[in-house]
Unconditional design. Structure first.
Lengths: 111, 115
């Protein structure tokens, strides 16, 4: 049930861009994105509810391809504060209301 | 914004004892509460889903008699780790939703160490 994220880890220099992918083996009702700093709870970034929907705020945006059961998170002009572990979270169709987190992507932004 | 208060934040207990973790939604009604555990450098693994007033739905491999979940009201859910063993040491975190389309609100987590 757990969605698979790629890459597992990425290191960026400040100002560079990154894409994090989330793939599910099951049909998705929605995709959420979270960022977790070490020792802290995950922080909600955004939710995508419809296929093909793209949302974003500031320099972080995401897309949701319902047909491919995939979502991607786009980070542009990365800042040091973007460092952390990113998780997608998924609600799957016809599995009740369980909410599963992806495998996670560790992102490190260096000066 | 929506807040879930989770406590204790850290607890150390002896093997064989039970520990209760509480999660309270402070400014919304959490119709559903999820309980996760997270090992170092790993993802959050769903343990169980509880809907207010109903029995919790446990994920495969999670012992319901060991991890007792109670969601008796729309603002309170508890996880009790019974007869704790060192391998139960982990970071436990709850998440509540009231279907506001603002994602799921997480508690701050509980670091459990069983000695």
């Amino acid at each position: 049930q757990q969605p698979v994220q790629s890459p597992q880890a990425v290191i960026l220099r400040e100002g560079e861009d990154a894409v994090i992918n989330c793939s599910s083996s099951k049909a998705l009702y929605s995709v959420h994105w979270y960022r977790q700093k070490h020792g802290e709870a995950p922080v909600f970034l955004m939710i995508l509810l419809k296929g093909g929907e793209q949302k974003g705020h500031e320099k972080i945006s995401a897309s949701f391809n319902e047909k491919k059961q995939q979502s991607s998170l786009y980070l542009t002009a990365s800042q040091l504060s973007y460092s952390g572990t990113y998780f997608c979270g998924t609600e799957m169709v016809n599995t009740g209301n369980q909410f599963y987190f992806g495998t996670g992507t560790s992102l490190t932004v260096i000066p | 914004g929506a807040v879930v208060s989770q406590h204790p934040s850290r607890v150390i207990c002896k093997s064989g004892t039970s520990v209760k973790i509480e999660c309270r939604s402070l400014d919304f009604q959490a119709t559903t509460m999820f309980w996760y555990r997270q090992f170092p450098k790993k993802s959050l693994m769903l343990m169980a889903t509880s809907n207010e007033g109903s029995k919790a739905t446990y994920e495969q491999g999670v012992e319901k008699d060991k991890f007792l979940i109670n969601h008796a009201s729309l603002t309170l859910s508890t996880l009790t780790v019974t007869s704790a063993h060192p391998e139960d040491s982990s970071f436990y975190i709850c998440s509540g939703t009231g279907r506001t389309n603002y994602g799921y609100t997480f508690g701050s987590g509980t670091r459990l160490t069983v000695v």
